[in-house]
Design a protein around this ligand. Structure first.
Ligand SMILES: Cc1ncc(COP(=O)(O)O)c(C=O)c1O
Length: 356
């Protein structure tokens, strides 16, 4: 909990207390518009992953720009964003614990909610939970398209879809909504060719899963998936009808290390941690960001002289947005850049710490 008084609109960037999570609004809005235009131009829906920013304000901005809703990964993230007014959420992950499923089913009675499944047991438990709550939920069968995390093999998708359909309304509360197909390991392959090859492999497996569902006599309304590293390939495949990319909004350093895909839209860093040098020894400087300390060392062969002075401001680009955001209670949204800009707004991070 940050107990420092929050910055106020109109404050100079220079006066923001450290450490602070700062959004460069001009850059973020450019990223927002770029991805919204890409989805429109390619005739695909955008359902950005909100586990990245954990913020109802940012989810609302994405939806105002055309996103159909957002994804989350955890039940508690969905609850936190729903409590803050987001009414269309997909938990792109499995939940099998009965107590948690009761919460999922209750939430499904209040907002439009989706959930991924990858086991018959999970389907049966979900069906029982929504029956007890008297709600309905959209259900996506997750297929493992190469990530090696959750998901059934492609050939098993039809059988699991049949389980879901056997609990369809009006008797049951499970609405079969399609396939969850996300290849996480492909997102950070550095070469565009490597990512394209992995995306092609994922598409082949997703097609096989679709065929398995078709062979079971069931229509597959949607394939949803894709991340910031592969969305241009996934959209080009014509198979994915919905993109779940999230990090494009802030563009962390790790994604920026990917070699760009030819013709794909580019995104700029828009999230920064403002920090301050709190100690400076003979070999390194210490800043006040990170869990407690962050260490700055001179490059090999360079002296301490290249490091910032005691009390100097240091701007960091997060290596991975999700865990960085999770350390903060609020965003400070700045207009006009990080040097001469001013604070435009302060936004809560409602789903911070929502790991369950
Ligand atoms: C299920 C799922 N969809 C989409 C994404 C894409 O997110 P990003 O674009 O932030 O990498 C992720 C990220 O881990 C994910 O787990």
């Amino acid at each position: 909990m940050n107990t420092a008084p929050p910055p106020r609109p109109g404050d100079a960037v220079e006066s923001i207390d450290t450490p602070a999570l700062v959004i460069d609004l001009d850059r973020m809005e450019a990223n927002l518009a770029t991805m919204a235009a890409f989805a429109r131009d390619h005739g695909v829906r955008l359902r950005p992953h909100a586990k990245m920013h954990k913020s109802a304000t940012l989810a609302r901005l994405q939806m105002a720009a055309g996103a159909v809703g957002v994804c989350v990964q955890k039940t508690s993230e969905a609850e936190a964003l729903a409590a803050a007014g987001i009414a269309d959420i997909y938990i792109s992950n499995e939940v099998v614990d009965r107590a948690k499923l009761a919460r999922v089913a209750a939430l499904a009675g209040r907002i439009r909610l989706g959930l991924a499944v990858d086991s018959a047991e999970g389907v049966e438990r979900l069906a029982a939970a929504v029956a007890a709550a008297g709600s309905t939920i959209e259900v996506f069968v997750e297929v493992d398209v190469g990530h090696g995390r959750c998901g059934v093999p492609a050939a098993a998708a039809g059988q699991l879809a049949q389980h879901v359909v056997s609990h369809a309304p009006p008797e049951g509360g499970l609405v079969f909504a399609g396939l969850q197909a996300y290849h996480g390991a492909a997102q950070h392959l550095r070469g565009a060719g490597e990512r394209e090859a992995a995306a092609h492999h994922a598409a082949a497996l997703a097609r096989a899963a679709q065929a398995s569902i078709g062979a079971a006599g069931i229509a597959c309304p949607l394939v949803t998936g894709a991340g910031t590293g592969t969305f241009s390939f996934d959209a080009a495949s014509g198979l994915w009808g919905e993109l779940q990319a999230g990090s494009y909004l802030f563009m962390d350093r790790d994604y920026a290390d990917n070699l760009p895909a030819p013709g794909a839209p580019r995104f700029e860093h828009a999230l920064f941690v403002k920090s301050r040098v709190m100690s400076r020894g003979v070999s390194h400087a210490v800043i006040d960001a990170g869990d407690e300390h962050g260490l700055l060392r001179p490059r090999t062969g360079a002296g301490i002289g290249e490091l910032p002075a005691l009390d100097a401001t240091v701007w960091l680009v997060p290596g991975h947005c999700d865990p960085t955001v999770n350390l903060h209670d609020r965003y400070v949204a700045v207009r006009g850049g990080l040097v001469a800009g001013v604070v435009e707004a302060v936004w809560p991070i409602e789903a911070r710490g929502c790991v369950g």
